[in-house]
Design a protein around this ligand. Structure first.
Ligand code: PMT
Length: 221
C-alpha cells in the first residue's frame, strides 16, 4: 500500500463501545460493534497509512497491517489515545464512548435490595475534544451519532470540539449501530458531502479518500 494517498501518514482510529463497570460483574455499554471503526482503520491502511487502532471490547479480527490497542473503559481509551497522540498526524474518532461512568463502582456484586437503585454517574473526559485541543495536534475527524436534527448537532460538535471534519451518522430506526451498511454526511468548515448507504467497508474507503484530500490540503477549507 506504499503509494496510496495516506502514504507516510500516522493515523489513529478509535472504535467500538466502551464498558463502564457498575460492579465486578455488570457494566454500562452501548450497541457499537466496532465494524465502522475497523473498516476505517482497514481503509486507512489500504491508503498507505501507518494505523493504530484503539478499540473497545468487540468481536472482530484486526485488519491487515494495523496495530491494535485493546481497552475497556472510556478512561482507558483516553489514556491510550493521549499517550500516542503526539505521534499522530490524523485522528479519526468512530468510537461510541460512554459519556458517563459510575462515580464509585461497587467493589462487590451489588445485591438485590429496594425497588429502586439510584446510581451516581460522573462525566467521562471527551477524548476527541482533548485531542483537538492539543497544541500542534493531529488533523481531527469526529463522528456524530444522532437520531434527530443530524446537521445541526453535527455542525455544533464540529465547532464545540474544534474539529477539522465531522461525519454525521443517522442512527434512527436501527441504522448505524451493529449493522453491516451505513451512510454518512461529512461536514467541514465551508462544505459538506453525503456518502450514500453502502457496506461499511466501501463507505470507509470513500470517507478515507475524502479525509486524505482535506488532510493533504487540496480542497478549500
Ligand atoms: O461500531 P458500529 O456498530 O459499526 O457502529 C458505528 C457507529 C454508529 C458507532 C459510528 O458510525 C458512530 O457514529 N460513532 C460515533 C458514536 C457516538 O457516540 O458519537 P457521539 O455523538 O456521542 O460523540 C461525538 C464524537 O466524540 C465521536 O467521534 C466520539 O468518538 C467522540 N467522543 C465522545 C465522547 C467521549 N467521551 N469521547 C469521545 O471521543
Amino acid at each position: 500500500f506504499a503509494g496510496g494517498p495516506l502514504a507516510g501518514v500516522r493515523v489513529m482510529v478509535t472504535a467500538g463501545p466502551t464498558r463502564e463497570p457498575l460492579d465486578p460483574v455488570r457494566y454500562l455499554t452501548n450497541r457499537s460493534s466496532g465494524r465502522m471503526g475497523f473498516a476505517v482503520a482497514a481503509a486507512a491502511a489500504e491508503a498507505g497509512a501507518q494505523v493504530c487502532l484503539v478499540s473497545g471490547p468487540v468481536h472482530l479480527d484486526t485488519p491487515r497491517g494495523v496495530t491494535r490497542v485493546d481497552v475497556e473503559t472510556a478512561l482507558q481509551m483516553y489514556e491510550a489515545v493521549m499517550a500516542r497522540a503526539a505521534g499522530t498526524d490524523l485522528f479519526i474518532a468512530t468510537a461510541a464512548v460512554a459519556d458517563y461512568r459510575m462515580a464509585q463502582p461497587a467493589e462487590r456484586k451489588i445485591k438485590k435490595q429496594a425497588d429502586e437503585l439510584p446510581l451516581t454517574l460522573v462525566k467521562n473526559p471527551d477524548i476527541l475534544a482533548a485531542v483537538a485541543a492539543l497544541p500542534d495536534g493531529p488533523f481531527t475527524v469526529g463522528f456524530a451519532a444522532e437520531t434527530d436534527d443530524l446537521e445541526t448537532y453535527a455542525q455544533g460538535k464540529l465547532e464545540a470540539k474544534g474539529l477539522d471534519m465531522i461525519a454525521a451518522n443517522d442512527v434512527s430506526g436501527g441504522r448505524g449501530f451493529d449493522v453491516s451498511d451505513n451512510a454518512l454526511t461529512v461536514f467541514w468548515r465551508g462544505g459538506s458531502l453525503s456518502l450514500p448507504r453502502q457496506s461499511k467497508s466501501q463507505l470507509a474507503r470513500e470517507l478515507v479518500a475524502l479525509i486524505a484530500r482535506h488532510h493533504g490540503g487540496c480542497l478549500p477549507s
